[in-house]
Write a protein that binds this ligand. Structure first.
Ligand SMILES: [Ca+2]
Ligand SMILES: [Ca+2]
Length: 304
């Protein structure tokens, strides 16, 4: 449902562009936060976590059923985290590879609120670009970005939901950020726990993020062709069964194959197997996203 909303928005506004998924993190299980780095700088045991969404059911705070990336100063069923006034917690993503992404690149976030009194749910998004001089950022790089943002009147990139927040607190609002400026780069995303009460979209501390995803209108393939140890289609075009030579880095038992058509619509998703049944597909060109949650690759194939 979420991706359909995203696609409909993009298709309406940019009808001539297909949107390919470049990176998706559902935050559904603890494994979805592998590679992310956590910092609880005020040391109160409260920080960013993967878990169930929190919402107020009218009587009490309770857990929902969605796996989310959550930041909460509220305890379930009641109360506030000790020391929340001095919260200073970061989470930093693993490397997100946009070297094959071009055109219009969109970072989508699906935001949930924890109380109906929270009329704005927003979060500054800090993006570090990997360079040959500094490939992997440190916490201080993100702290500097946050300081620079505060000194210059606000962060450049921001997840924000206000009037589109669903009344049903177990549902999520879509927020889209144009990150086309990062085409061809390798980036890291950092989120802070900071509460900023000024500006048009003040940061709120409590937030449920059901999913984050990056879509691009153009996928280059030159990198794919020149890189060793990468997933390939054994025989293309494909008749009934898509067979892949998997990147050895992928953990086969947890790898999934998600097939998209050239309009960027998800057609099928299944666990990886040696013979992926594609008999139901109509003839044409497709992209399959192969991911074990840590490594994600995209392979184009033609169905006969
Ligand atoms: Ca903390
Ligand atoms: Ca989720």
């Amino acid at each position: 449902m979420k991706k359909i909303i995203l696609l409909s928005v993009i298709l309406l506004s940019q009808a001539i562009f297909a949107q390919y998924p470049v990176w998706i993190n559902s935050f559904d299980t603890p494994a979805d936060l592998q590679g992310w780095t956590f910092h609880d700088l005020n040391g109160n045991g409260n920080g960013w976590i993967q878990g169930q969404n929190i919402y107020h059911n009218g009587t009490t705070l309770t857990y929902g059923t969605s796996g989310v990336l959550r930041y909460s100063i509220n305890l379930v069923p009641t109360g506030n985290a000790t020391g929340f006034a001095a919260e200073n917690d970061w989470i930093i993503s693993p490397e997100i590879d946009l070297t094959n992404a071009g055109g219009n690149i969109t970072l989508a976030g699906y935001l949930g609120r924890q109380r109906s009194t929270h009329t704005s749910v927003s979060r500054d998004v800090y993006i570090f670009v990997s360079t040959p001089q500094k490939q992997v950022p440190g916490l201080s790089d993100f702290q500097q970005m946050a300081t620079d943002a505060q000194n210059s009147g606000g962060a450049t990139y921001k997840f924000s939901a206000t009037s589109n927040l669903p009344t049903d607190l177990t549902q999520f609002a879509e927020s889209l950020i144009n990150i086309s400026a990062f085409a061809g780069k390798k980036i890291y995303i950092g989120l802070w726990s900071n509460r900023i009460t000024t500006g048009s979209a003040p940061n709120s501390q409590n937030i449920n993020i059901d999913e984050m995803a990056i879509f691009a209108s153009v996928l280059a393939t030159k990198e794919v062709k020149t890189t060793q140890n990468i997933t390939k289609v054994v025989e293309n075009p494909v008749a009934d069964y898509l067979q892949l030579k998997l990147n050895p880095g992928l953990k086969e038992s947890t790898t999934t194959a998600t097939i998209y058509n050239m309009a960027g619509q998800e057609i099928a998703k299944e666990n990886y197997s040696k013979n992926i049944n594609v008999t139901a597909l109509t003839a044409g060109t497709y992209i399959t996203v192969i991911s074990d949650g840590i490594i994600t690759e995209r392979v184009k194939f033609i169905k006969k």
